[in-house]
Ligand binder design. Structure first.
Ligand code: NDP
Length: 399
């Protein structure tokens, strides 16, 4: 029996709240807090059990601390934006509450996400006897757990990792992002980095393309190599990895729009003056684009996200692929959301459950791969993200 405060009432916040509400035996009390309380109330109204809502500015440590001291939760689930990670961690330390998020900290004025800011809280959380779990979404999140589970059950040593995130869904808009547009566009337009023989190698964004055929007839898609935050923690915690890459599918239409928007300066993060007012182009663009939390009813098709790991067992080379396939419309029927928010929100609920049940509770700041993957993998099968494992004879994205 535990109480959680969920911060953030966007696409992911809606799914986490639904999923926690489905498990009253674990999440006996839920408070959903965000900048705009109306959005929390709209989510609360979709549930068949009562939860409380609150207004909070998560950039303000004093305001957050006051909320946590009043509510006295066992855990904060942070599904606001990456900009708020450090203020929410500070408030958790001040109020003595465990912490969890789904995306690593990124300063508002630099499009650069790295774990260094959050890893720097290690000693503070340890001394306070509090747990902080970082990146419990799908990628990062389930992908870290997949890698760890494969390494634990199939290999003596792992050497190569390819994380492949395919969204075979279509929302019918010429251009829309499946999660927060600002965060999504900052991520996609960033310089690519992948791990190769002990170092990160930089290449221009979207400069490496491959074709990938998903299992179970989901289809064949163009995927592009890009940097993703779990690479940083995975190569640290699996030092035998010689190569680690992250791939994501993009449609030609999405890429064409993104290129034009970039060329005309609409994806910029520096303020520009317009009619005597300072505006940030990417923030203005966000106000024009469809809200990702409204894409649910119109998105059709499936996602397929998984990890291909090469390594050795008893001196023999092997290749193992673990993946989850999720249908956008099934997600909408269950929690009124498309599959991108769903595949993030379910691992967020499971990560929270791991902490509250004491399975992943340990003072300090942790990435997902630092805990036993087995109970998390079991819960993915139980709570809406069943996975499959296959051994492959060959695998080569270089063509
Ligand atoms: P949304 O933009 O839909 O929602 C963000 C929510 O946070 C909104 O309700 C917003 O409030 C609220 N918020 C923003 N700033 C503040 C603030 N200062 N104080 C209080 N609340 C605030 O984003 P998503 O739901 O799509 O994404 C949520 C998080 O999940 C992001 O960090 C994203 O990076 C992460 N994510 C992780 C994935 C993974 O697999 N690991 C995949 C997809 C997303 P308001 O409504 O007022 O704007």
């Amino acid at each position: 029996m535990s109480k959680v405060v969920i911060i953030g009432a966007g696409g992911v916040g809606g799914v986490v709240t639904h999923k926690c509400a489905q498990l009253p035996e674990v999440f006996s009390e839920i408070v959903l807090a965000s900048r705009t309380e109306e959005k929390c109330k709209a989510i609360a109204a979709q549930l068949d059990r009562p939860i409380r809502t609150a207004q909070v500015d998560a950039d303000n440590v004093a305001e957050l601390t006051a909320l946590l001291e009043k509510e006295k939760p066992d855990l904060v689930i942070n599904v606001a934006l990456p900009y708020q990670d450090l203020t929410i961690m500070d408030a958790c330390l001040a109020a003595g509450v465990d912490y969890m998020d789904t995306a690593n900290y990124e300063p508002l004025d630099t499009a650069k996400f790295e774990y260094k800011w959050q890893w720097a809280y290690q000693e503070k959380f340890k001394e306070a006897g509090l747990t902080a779990l970082l990146g419990s979404g799908f990628d990062p999140g389930a992908t870290n757990v997949f890698t760890t589970w494969i390494a634990k059950h199939y290999f003596d040593e792992i050497h190569e990792l390819d994380i492949i995130d395919v969204n075979g869904g279509d929302h019918g808009y010429p251009f829309a992002t499946n999660f927060n547009p600002e965060i999504n566009i900052r991520e996609v337009t960033a310089e690519c980095r992948h791990w190769e023989n002990g170092d990160f190698v930089e290449t221009p964004a979207m400069s490496k393309k491959a074709s990938f055929t998903c299992p179970e007839e989901v289809g064949t898609y163009n995927i592009y190599r890009m940097y993703h935050e779990e690479l940083e923690s995975l190569v640290k915690h699996f030092p035998t990895l010689k190569r680690a890459q992250f791939w994501m599918s993009f449609g030609d239409n999405y890429l064409k729009h993104l290129e034009v928007l970039g060329n005309v300066g609409m994806t910029g993060i520096e303020p520009v003056e317009f009619n005597g007012q300072q505006i940030v182009p990417i923030q203005f663009l966000k106000t024009l684009l469809p809200d990702p939390s409204t894409l649910g009813p119109r998105t059709k098709g499936k996602t397929c996200i998984g990890c291909v790991v090469k390594g050795v067992k008893d001196g023999k080379e092997k290749i193992v692929y673990v993946y989850n396939i999720k249908d956008h419309q099934d997600c909408y029927k269950e929690v009124q959301s498309q599959a991108i928010s769903y595949t993030t929100g379910v691992p967020a609920m499971i990560g929270a459950k791991m902490i509250l049940e004491g399975k992943w509770k340990q003072p300090g700041v942790w990435n997902m791969e630092q805990f036993d993957p087995d109970p998390f993998m079991e819960d993915m099968n139980k709570y809406g993200l069943p996975w499959n494992v296959v051994e492959l004879d060959s695998f080569d994205l270089d063509g």
